[in-house]
Design a protein around this ligand. Sequence first.
Ligand code: ADP
Length: 273
Amino acid sequence: MPVKVENLTYVYMPNTPFEKKALDNINLEIKDGEFVGLIGHTGSGKSTLIQQLNGLLKPTFGKVYIDDISITDKGISLKSIRQKVGIVFQYPEHQLFEETVYKDIAFGPTNLGLTNEEIEKRVKRAMDFVGLDYETYKDRSPFELSGGQKRRVAIAGVLAMEPKVLILDEPTAGLDPKGRDEVLKQIKRMHKEYKMTIIMVTHSMDEVAQLADRLIVLDKGKIVIEGSPREVFNQIDTLEKIGLSVPQVKYLAKKLKEKGFNINEDIITLEEA
Ligand code: ADP
């Protein structure tokens, strides 16, 4: 099991007036090759949860297992966990700094003590994963690329670490429609062709409905719904509870129906309150 979370609770600033329970008894298992969409409105605990998965934050209670290893046990190297779980944070292109695409993608692997041949192999593979032609782009400055291309270079930098689990935090945020399509197409391909285990945090229900095998909806630090996109979208009451408006729910239901999902007709004809 690549990811397993048991009774995970996380409290920011415990025992102070600012104490905040951001995660409340989360239980979760993610299988090899699964594509999980993590959704929920701002403040629901999504970023806190993903930071637990590679040890950036430590549970207040509970356990996190990566590859069946409890990552909070004494003697576990966080470096080895971070190689297994790669996180692409929001706006990752802001971290690009090298003068060529090659050097930027090679930056992480260079610190792993690999040979130059192995590094080159990894850069090539990572560029292939994100759909950037090696010869065309390797010597280009990342700063001359389009928004979607820059973002794909940044994703390739994490992929070059060859993580077992890839976490993408709002991977299309701030991109124009063309950039968004490019990035989504490559994410879909990474999952289909390379069978990666992917967790994608997003606000866009439309995007996850197309990509994910399973959706997990967080609300106030708890998992409130979990299931296939179809199962989740059928639970309209809960969707409204987490802050989606009636028009948003209707729009989604229509889209999902067009894609062949079995949608309760009552949702589409719903009246606004
Ligand atoms: P999301 O990613 O879904 O927007 P977060 O995980 O960022 O949610 O936040 C969950 C809750 O924890 C929110 O109430 C937020 O205000 C609080 N929180 C997040 N980061 C911190 C922090 N560094 N210190 C204190 N509270 C925090």
